[in-house]
Design a protein around this ligand. Structure first.
Ligand code: MG
Length: 449
């Protein structure tokens, strides 16, 4: 992990960890590394968007790049439009699901996918050394305003689902836009698909007055209540930049991430299809893949790795346990509104309730925890864990995942913090708990903490 980039771009508290000065230099480093050429720019509804976006634009222009400003939009909209405008890179001002005081930068390559570790390292080297490729006065770039990106993106999604089937079903959907840019896309998309839409938290407001931006059950009480109150078929909650969607069924139950991913996977995978997913994904996904006679490839944890692997392998689908679904026929990135359209399509084609569709999925229980382990013991701990789990069926691509008949557990170090995360899953709650204890015990033994 470098000095700047985390799992999804650069993040920091506004005007403390992340300042306009840092964004200016970072963007000049992006322009120096990926330019010259056209660079797309957008941001979500967070505080500091104007400040950071202007700093980003200034940094890019200084290196001779020109900028196409698509206005506030979800990350997947910027990702969709970046290759289609012939851009060499993209800069998204967002801190995704982080609390309100955070903002950040996601750097996209010419294909709209967040850049990989190697490019991040190159950008960081320019940032740190300040060896920017500054343009002469004749070659300063210019800014173009472009407001068709959201429209083009919505049309593309409509072209990939059975719009007639969805129109016939006339679903009632409550959309919780998290007071951010998901509200600019998903309500419109669903209305154009013939759904009756009730929007909540739909005014853009960087104070996030409606709820915390992370679409997890404890933040979705209002959505759950609203779904029940208006008798909706479906509730949808986005995170701050709408690359994720969390679903609520007609009874107000929140689907955990693996479930929506599994519902899509079970309908879209064919015999021989390839699915890419991080090692943190659960047994449910393995079941779906096996039932479809499809194939699974595990990656390290992180959406960027999944995206790049989808492109390299030509995979049919990708997904994460947090509800991220990658549908390469649209684009090989995590995409909230695309996932919403797929779920609406499945409910419409099968003319079933979401709770009914969920009920047929096998049920697993999961547990997770984190343990403090000093950063300088990370390598030693990993070596010791490899030794301690010798002879087990395991995946060691990112930490150590031990796979047993009754369930599995994963022990992996955080990229940036002095923390090891343990995940466990089993067919019974008790199994999940005992597997989690075993994982914690192993990490303590291995790290000597
Ligand atoms: Mg996000």
């Amino acid at each position: 992990m470098g000095v700047l980039f985390g799992t999804n771009g650069v993040r920091g508290t506004i005007n403390e960890g992340l300042t306009a000065d840092i964004v200016l230099r970072l963007s000049a480093a992006v322009g120096s590394t990926l330019g010259p050429g056209l660079v797309s720019v957008s941001g979500d509804a967070r505080m500091g968007r104007e400040m950071f976006q202007r700093a980003a634009v200034a940094g890019l222009l200084s290196t001779g790049c020109s900028v196409v400003d698509i206005g506030p939009a979800p990350t997947p909209v910027l990702q969709y439009i970046t290759p289609r405008l012939g851009c060499v890179a993209g800069i998204m001002v967002t801190a995704s699901h982080n609390p309100a005081q955070y903002n950040g930068i996601k750097v996209l390559g010419h294909d709209g996918i967040e850049v990989d570790r190697n490019i991040e390292t190159e950008i960081e080297a320019v940032f740190t050394s300040r060896r920017f490729r500054i343009a002469t006065w004749r070659d300063i770039g210019e800014v173009i305003q472009e407001r068709s990106a959201i429209r083009r993106y919505i049309e593309a999604i409509k072209g990939l689902v059975d719009t007639e089937a969805i129109r016939r079903r006339r679903l009632k959907v409550v959309v919780d836009g998290a007071n951010s840019v998901g509200a600019l896309v998903t309500p419109t998309l669903l209305r154009e698909l013939g759904c009756k839409v009730v929007s909540i938290n739909s005014q853009l407001d960087g104070h996030f007055p409606g709820r915390e931006p992370e679409p997890i059950p404890q933040n979705l009480e209002t959505l759950r209540a609203c779904v029940r109150a208006v008798g909706a078929d479906l509730g949808v909650a986005h995170d701050g930049d709408a690359d994720r969607a969390t679903f609520v069924d007609e009874t107000g139950q929140v689907l955990w991430g693996d479930q929506s991913f599994a519902i899509v996977a079970s309908r879209k995978l064919k015999p021989g299809s390839l699915l890419i997913t991080p090692v943190s994904s659960g047994r449910l996904i393995e079941d779906v893949v096996n039932n479809a006679s499809a194939r699974i490839e595990w990656t390290k944890v992180g959406s960027v790795v999944v995206s790049h692997r989808i492109v390299q392998t030509g995979a049919d689908l990708g997904g994460e346990e947090n509800g991220g679904v990658f549908y390469p026929r649209h684009q090989p990135v995590r995409d909230g509104p695309m996932t919403v359209a797929l779920i609406a399509e499945i409910m419409s084609l099968e003319n079933r309730t979401l709770s009914g569709i969920v009920a047929e999925l096998p049920r697993y229980y999961s547990r997770k925890s984190k343990l403090v382990v000093p950063l300088d013991r990370r390598e030693k701990t990993l070596e010791a864990l490899m030794e301690l789990t010798r002879g087990e069926k395991r995946v060691t691509i990112d930490g150590v995942k031990v796979i047993r008949e009754e369930g599995w557990f994963l022990m992996r170090p955080s990229g940036t913090e002095p923390i090891w995360r343990c995940f466990a899953e089993g067919k019974q709650e008790q199994t999940a708990e005992s597997l989690l204890s075993e994982a914690e015990h192993l990490v303590r033994t291995a790290s000597g903490t």
